[in-house]
Design a protein around this ligand. Structure first.
Ligand code: SF4
Length: 268
């Protein structure tokens, strides 16, 4: 089975995919990759737990401050637990462990305050009904696994959202800041999820989102037929590469500096 991430990796560098999938060379993790993975995990866990917390611990009489205290205390707990588990790895990679905890706490503090305001506003208007979470965050699923035997493609959608009319939207969570427009690999990734959802549900998925969760920025974009065609084109090139096992050309490019295989490819 080919993964959606194989397609984006191919777009960066076919040789990288070849080293990973055909040569089986483990990809050394850079400090940025490690930090990104941990931050991603923290946000994912916070969002998963929030649903239960809002359900079980928030009541209609609470003010914004009380709601915020509950949400933020839980976020801090998640940060602490996940950071403790990864302390050794972060130290080995030279990441400032305490500084990262501080940054994450600040980011989530602001995030939870905004959510608390929205929760209080919703409850004030409609009461605490079963649609509170869905209407506030449009959340349907996190880490939604999806595959198509017809395409021979599978993936995991960071966040699957559903609006009140039953329309579905794939959302890709991103670290950092949105700048310089939507990049080709991001569009390819979300379009691939849309294509998989269309195969699974038999409905059209015309819109996807990039969500820069640290800066609370959501970027919507249309998924056009040509984007889905691009997914199919890359998929067939990836299949060719993996089935043919032919070594692709190795090109030096800017991306090499940030690639985990940099030393392997260019040290001599
Ligand atoms: S270092 Fe450059 S050429 Fe080598 S795998 Fe990475 S991106 Fe490709």
């Amino acid at each position: 089975m080919i993964y959606v991430t194989d397609l984006t990796e191919y777009l960066f560098c076919p040789y990288k995919l070849y080293l990973k999938k055909i040569k089986g060379l483990p990809l050394p993790q850079t400090p940025e990759m490690l930090t990104g993975t941990i931050i991603h995990k923290i946000y994912e866990e916070v969002m998963l737990r929030e649903r239960i917390i809002i359900d079980q611990r928030i009541d209609e009489k609470m003010g914004i401050d009380e709601i915020f205290k509950i949400l933020y205390a839980d976020s801090k707990r998640v940060i602490k637990n996940i950071m403790i588990k990864n302390k050794g790895k972060l130290k080995d990679a030279g990441v400032d462990y305490l500084e990262l905890i501080k940054e994450l706490q600040e980011e989530l503090k602001e995030d939870e305050l905004l959510k608390s305001i929205r929760i209080k506003k919703y409850i004030g208007l409609y009461g605490k009904d079963q649609n509170l979470y869905k209407n506030l965050f449009m959340m349907k699923d996190m880490e939604y696994s999806i595959f198509s035997t017809e395409l021979g493609l599978s993936g995991k959608i960071d966040k699957l959202e559903e609006d009140s009319e039953g329309n579905l939207f794939p959302v890709e969570l991103k670290t950092g800041l949105f700048s310089n427009g939507i990049r080709k690999h991001e569009k390819l990734q979300v379009s691939a999820y849309a294509l998989l959802l269309e195969k699974e549900r038999g409905i059209k998925i015309p819109l996807g989102f990039l969500e820069y969760y640290q800066v609370k920025q959501r970027i919507p974009f249309l998924i056009k037929d040509e984007d889905k065609k691009e997914v199919l084109d890359i998929l067939s090139k990836v299949k060719e590469l993996l089935e043919g096992e032919k070594e692709p050309k190795k090109d030096k490019k800017n991306f090499c500096k940030r690639c985990g295989y940099n030393e392997f490819c260019w040290s001599s």
